[in-house]
Design a protein around this ligand. Sequence first.
Ligand code: PGA
Length: 249
Amino acid sequence: MRKKVIAGNWKMNKTPSETKALIEELIPLVKNTDDTVIVCPTAACLAAATETANGTNIKVGAQNMFYEESGAFTGEISADMLLDLGVEYVILGHSERRQYFAETDETVNLKVLKAFEKGLLPIICVGESLEQREQGITNDLVRMQTKIALKGVSSENAKKAIIAYEPIWAIGTGKTATTEQAQEVCKAIRDCVCEIYGKDVADVITIQYGGSVKAANSKELFEAGDIDGGLVGGASLKAADFEGIVNYK
Ligand code: PGA
């Protein structure tokens, strides 16, 4: 049985003091889950997050990272900086970064390789726009995004990767994919991983769904065979909402 992984993507919300307050509120609410709980605040709040979450079952992830080791890359954050802060996960290739910050499949791949080289676990986001869905190219597109993101990644590392299927039309819109739609694409991603690495990797890799996940739909989504948890945006910003998703059982 794969463990569920439920991650909150806070995006550009919460100050360091609000980060501390939200994590303090979450600690007693999520402490009894057997699943993996991750919060991903913005870079400026990572120190507050790791300090507050230290010694609890809440893990901390970043929302981005650069693929170079160090140097003249103004504004960027390296893997070593994240590790030094106690960060364990990093979201890579979120559609907002692809849309607003020129992230490409190729840069996502470089970042995935760097994350694994350093021992950070990537949450790799893939997903189609409404136009692409209507054209009928969803599965082709997410397969391509998955293959390029994992290019050069060893089987051992691929087993530890998290892929988040996030249809762009469902992000922040309140319009969740149906469980059937989410399951179909998560299965297509798992089949693609199976083609690349074989069944032993496909059986253990974590594939999340993201896009307007809330307490009311999390149980049905997470109980679908190929959906191993969720990447949650809006509903991760309030302890009561996120707790309802984490404790979906
Ligand atoms: P949402 O965001 O839950 O607010 O739709 C999900 C995401 O972008 O990761």
